[in-house]
Design a protein. Structure first.
Length: 451
């Protein structure tokens, strides 16, 4: 077997083992890079580590550190409560409030599962209390998290744009964000109308207990902070009961100086990244450090809340892919794809692979791996690179509603016990349908017209 096939087989094994055994994919990929580099390519350790993505490391650390601070000082909770209050008694708008909250927090740098973990308990509790279909509510939460993730300072957007820039591919950050946002929104609209949205609209205004929702949101955020350690409540209702009187003075529904400064910092990050082409990672890190210096009390524990698991995942996957790239494996694979003889068919296969694997594995890892592997094919100009990258991003992310993915699993876990089997089955139906339909639709709408 050639060294190219061995290297790619090891990458497939990394994805398979990480999915089945629950081991961090990045850790496996780093070990794989070490073993393959030494045994297959006879490299030194320094040569292997040369592929570590230092720029992506700074981006991931910077944006997740800033989000941890925003979570610590209540800025994220303020956004959640503001969305709930904004709908007043309009129950029909609550699923869209949850959609927008998830989109907002992922757009400012939250990891998608973190946003779902924060919002899903509140959303699913609301669905039970006001007779909203739990699958519809869960889908709105997951697609909202997907919609915001490809912003220029979002995790998926930062990874995708970093890979594009690092491989000298043509990119368009605004097109990537808008196209993925619209795709997730379209799926949300279809879900909403299919699973009872019209009936909710017909119900009109109702007495929505915003204050109770606010208390639950605060309790759930504390629950997420403790990462479900032993003794931590496992439902929004249980969590609400654990909120003591010592928390009463922390009014998470109002702005205070810390939250105002944090919001201004997030706005400055977006303006700097979009308007002045500032480095996202270092800008986010700078704002986070300034917030830490100005408000040291609320910054306690924020460093520990940086998404180190995601940093390890991306660092490991990209290091391994860069090893393949440096050893010519990526060029070899691109040549094989190009030899298909039908560029559009090859583009469709890439999107389908991204959708299928992402439904069962890490979306973050897939985005970090598939785009570099497709670089040689993209450089042939047989298809529009900007369109295919956006299509691949959509195909790999909108399938996160699958119950086998982290986001889908969070929705199932936060459903009422009596509904969990039904929610699991329906999410599996929706997820598997999207796995097949989404790549074909985005390929037909985005890739084919630009070929």
């Amino acid at each position: 077997m050639s060294h190219e096939l061995i290297s790619l087989a090891v990458l497939a094994v990394v994805f398979l083992v990480a999915t089945i055994r629950g081991v961090n994919m990045g850790a496996l990929a780093l070990v794989a890079a070490y073993v393959v580099g030494l045994t297959v390519y006879d490299l030194e350790v320094d040569d292997i580590l040369a592929g570590f993505p230092s720029e992506l490391f700074v981006i991931l650390v910077g944006v997740t550190y800033l989000f941890a601070l925003a979570k610590n000082n209540g800025t994220v909770d303020w956004i959640v409560h503001g969305a709930v209050r904004a709908v007043g008694g309009r129950v029909a708008l609550v699923p869209w409030a949850m959609f927008l909250v998830c989109a907002a927090v992922t757009a400012i740098g939250a990891v998608s599962p973190a946003a779902v973990a924060i919002v899903a308990p509140v959303a699913m509790g609301f669905a039970m209390r006001y007779q909203i279909h739990p699958v519809m509510m869960g889908m709105m939460v997951v697609q909202g998290a997907t919609a915001g993730s490809f912003s220029p300072i979002g995790i998926f957007g930062s990874i995708t744009n970093g890979v594009v820039d690092g491989n000298d591919l043509p990119g368009n950050q605004l097109f990537l964000f808008c196209s993925t946002f619209l795709a997730a929104t379209l799926i949300a609209v279809i879900t909403y109308l299919t699973l009872g949205g019209r009936q909710l609209i017909a119900r009109g205004r109702e007495d929505v207990q915003v204050g109770e929702m606010a208390a639950e949101a605060e309790a759930v955020s504390r629950q997420a902070t403790h990462a479900r350690t032993p003794g931590t409540p496992h439902s929004a209702v249980e969590a609400t009961r654990t909120v003591g009187a010592d928390d009463a003075e922390d009014d998470v529904t109002s702005l205070n100086p810390q939250r105002i400064v944090t919001l201004l910092g997030l706005l400055a990050l977006m303006v700097g990244a979009l308007g002045f082409d500032l480095d996202v990672g270092f800008t986010a890190l700078t704002i986070a450090v300034v917030l830490t210096l100005v408000f040291p009390t609320s910054a306690k524990g924020a460093v520990e809340k940086i998404s180190w698991g995601t940093v390890l995942l991306i660092g490991g996957i990209v290091t391994y892919v860069n090893l393949l790239q440096n050893q010519g494996v990526v060029d070899w694979l691109g040549d094989r794809v190009a030899e298909v003889g039908a560029p559009l068919v090859a583009a469709l296969l890439i999107c389908l692979i991204g959708a299928v694997v992402s439904a069962f594995a890490s979306t973050t890892g897939i985005i970090g791996a598939l785009i570099p592997l497709a670089v040689p094919f993209l450089l042939t100009d047989q298809v529009n690179a900007i369109a295919l990258i956006a299509a691949l991003a959509i195909s790999s992310s909108v399938v996160d509603c699958s119950p086998f993915s982290t986001n889908g699993a969070l929705v199932v876990a936060n459903s009422e016990p009596a509904d969990r089997e039904m929610v699991f089955k329906r999410l599996m139906q929706w997820g598997m349908t999207i796995v097949v339909v989404a790549p074909i639709v985005v390929w037909g709408l985005m890739v084919v017209p630009t070929a």
